[in-house]
Design a protein around this ligand. Structure first.
Ligand code: LLP
Length: 397
């Protein structure tokens, strides 16, 4: 059997670079970690935004996963991938009339409602369709978390969720909404979280509220962190044990919305070193993947391991690994000790989550192709965009 680096090099040669490669076995393993360790009634609703490739959704759907969506686009991706609408929860602060109607017609499990005006809109649409809308109220639990400020979502100054002090009043008024059925309470406190304590605090707030009303489920959102550099996130086993302990006597189903921890470590972005450039005492490795392909380093100063796939003898040098985009922030890694030559392939690690799903065509760069490895065999699950794909929706006058 080919070793992993050689397999990646052969994929880079066959499909070109930059290319995302995902490992189906790892995705499966990460999903099953929840299934194996949760002993209470539950539904894992994978957060589609982390990686929305339809083959990834299909793989998870076959394992029995549910899905957390935030747009009609994600709804349609799920339905196209064969997802059972009854396993879809719909989050997001700005659901449009059209999105609500589509989700109601599809028969999703639940809308996670983020405001009173949204609740009123869902009531209005459901009434016009003569349907009952299942909802959970997304609570803003005002819990502080240690993560990048752009991906913390559970503090009261954030746009997400309904303020704790408004929830009870809304629950009491729900009878006035003839086409709304309250199913649960939800929250999502942030992403790339490493500690159990904020989850415990948020869960406690939901459980306190749950005493006042009959509910089918509590949705604790996603956010479980992974190791990019030297973080030590709680492991999924201890996370699940905490939840088993907290909920085993509560007669309530648990929903979780993990995204990153399922797909993040299962993906790499392969990129080729186009040039090595030395000036002013600095060495740049100029690669063919840019901030348009992987936005996380430039957007959040995020660290991704960068590993050369060809093993070179000789000294390592300190490199700034930069992309082709015309922005100084187009840096994929700083201070990387590498022994590389132009033409080498680098693997940017842990890029399976919020990689391709956040990519853009900036600088008129076609989006990458995506490869799914199943039992070591590669499947092209998205072809590389062509140059004509780039302006196919535009018109000359
Ligand atoms: N549920 C809701 C309502 C969310 O907003 C999110 C992520 C998730 C679940 C999944 O969270 P996860 O388990 O993946 O942490 N682009 C950023 C992450 C943004 C997360 C947004 N919401 C990044 O690249 O780090």
């Amino acid at each position: 059997m080919m070793d992993k680096s050689n397999k990646m090099i052969s994929i880079a040669e066959k499909y070109g670079t930059p290319t995302y490669v995902y490992d189906a076995d790892m995705i499966t393993e990460h999903y099953l970690a929840f299934e194996k360790n949760l002993t209470i009634p539950h539904l894992i609703c994978y957060a589609v935004k982390a990686n929305s490739n339809i083959a990834v959704l299909q793989l998870l759907a076959k394992l029995g996963s549910g899905f957390d969506i935030v747009s009609k686009g994600e709804l349609e991706r799920c339905l196209h991938a064969g997802v059972d609408a009854q396993k879809i929860v719909y989050s997001g602060v700005a659901k449009s009339f059209d999105e609500i109607e589509s989700a109601l017609r599809a028969g999703i499990a639940c809308f996670n409602v983020e405001s009173l005006p949204e609740l009123e809109r869902i009531q209005q649409v459901a009434k016009s369709l003569n349907l009952m809308a299942p909802v959970a109220l997304r609570v803003n639990p005002d819990v502080n978390v240690k993560t990048h400020p752009y991906i913390a979502t559970g503090l009261k100054e954030h746009k997400f969720g309904i303020a704790l002090e408004h929830i009870t009043a809304i629950i009491q008024r729900l009878d006035a909404y003839s086409n709304i059925k309250l199913k649960g309470l939800a929250c999502h406190i942030g992403s790339q979280l490493n500690e159990l304590a904020p989850y415990q605090a948020a869960l406690q707030r939901l459980l306190d509220l749950a005493k006042t009303v009959e509910l089918e489920f509590i949705d604790l959102g996603g956010g479980m962190g992974i190791t990019y550099e030297n973080e030590s996130p709680m492991n999924i086993q201890s996370f699940c044990s905490m939840l088993n302990e907290a909920l085993h006597d509560k007669n309530i189903k648990l929903i979780l919305e993990p995204g990153r921890c399922i797909v993040g470590p299962a993906g790499v972005l392969l990129t080729k070193v186009e040039y090595i450039k030395e000036q002013n005492g600095k060495r740049f490795a100029i690669v063919d993947a840019g901030m348009n392909d992987l936005a996380r380093p430039s957007l959040y100063d995020a660290w991704h391991d960068i590993t050369p796939l060809q093993k070179r003898e000789g000294p390592t040098h300190n490199y700034e690994v930069v992309g082709p985009v015309c922005e100084s922030s187009d840096v994929l890694g700083k201070n990387r000790k590498l022994a590389i030559q132009a033409g080498d392939i680098l693997a940017i690690k842990d890029a399976g989550a919020y990689g391709q799903s956040m990519s853009s065509n900036y600088n008129s760069r076609p989006k990458c192709c995506e490869i799914l490895l199943i039992d070591g065999k590669e499947h092209e699950v998205r072809r590389r965009e062509t140059i004509s794909d780039l302006f196919q929706h535009e018109k000359l006058l």
